[in-house]
Design a protein around this ligand. Structure first.
Ligand SMILES: C[S@@+](CC[C@H](N)C(=O)[O-])C[C@H]1O[C@@H](n2cnc3c(N)ncnc32)[C@H](O)[C@@H]1O
Length: 222
């Protein structure tokens, strides 16, 4: 008799990051990416120096920790309590970070900040939802304030292969966590032209920092 191994695949992004929380920061240990991670850390610390920042989708606080070194304050938010619990255990010597559970699409009591940072969240937004996402993010910024987004560039041999592409061009990866669970994860790799198009009506002073593994996008909101 042969048994059948039924593997159940999760397709819910929030559930995926909840399940991945404890192992999430291993992604930042890839040796070939250390130079660029250090460059990005320096860039973000410089861009947000002295400012009051909202961080969306902060996850386990990898970037929060770095930005907090120079920012005046950070309100670090994520939809998942599991990742925030890890972020809260980090040390913030300037005591300038607050954490809150928040869904980027249903922020309550909208406050506006000098700067907004979102790391590795845009790649999880469908192409057809990008404009909506950007307009939503821009609501959290004071006039003249800055938005910085950062995300991955697809690099063969380093990035996980794309398993599927849908009719809209959105791409998906199959990811297995250390506990054996399988997840189908939306992961788009937007290029500079697409990002600039998305900002045509709402942003000024657009700067795109093109690294090998990552891009960093900075713009101001009128
Ligand atoms: C790829 S992780 C990025 C974490 C962190 N910014 C970093 O760069 O290390 C994506 C994060 O987005 C969060 N997330 C997904 N959907 C969200 C939503 N609607 N509102 C807020 N956070 C969300 C997940 O919980 C997860 O922590």
């Amino acid at each position: 008799m042969y048994g059948t191994n039924l593997v159940i695949m999760n397709t819910d992004l929030v559930e995926y990051y909840k399940a991945r929380a404890a192992e999430y920061e291993k992604i930042y240990q890839k040796p070939e990416r250390q130079v660029e991670l250090a460059m990005a850390s320096k860039l973000l610390a410089e861009l947000f120096a002295g400012q009051d920042i909202l961080e969306i989708a902060c996850g386990t606080g990898y970037w929060t920790e770095r930005i907090a070194q120079t920012a005046r304050s950070i309100m670090a938010t994520d939809i998942n309590e599991a990742v925030l619990a890890i972020a809260m255990q980090k040390e913030f010597p300037k005591d300038n970070v607050q954490f809150a559970v928040a869904d980027i699409y249903s922020f309550k009591g909208i406050e506006q900040y000098q700067g907004v940072f979102g790391g590795f969240i845009l790649s999880h937004i469908e192409y057809q939802q990008t404009l909506n996402f950007i307009n939503n993010v821009n609501r959290f910024v004071k006039p003249g304030g800055t938005v910085v987004l950062m995300d991955n560039i697809y690099v063969g041999g380093s990035s996980l292969p794309i398993a599927e592409t849908d009719e809209e061009g959105n791409t998906y990866q199959l990811r297995t966590l250390e506990n054996g669970t399988l997840h189908r994860v939306l992961k788009n790799f937007q290029d500079e032209g697409f990002l600039r198009d998305m900002l045509t009506d709402s942003a000024g002073n657009v700067e795109y920092f093109d690294l090998k593994y990552y891009w960093v996008l900075k713009y101001t909101v009128a």
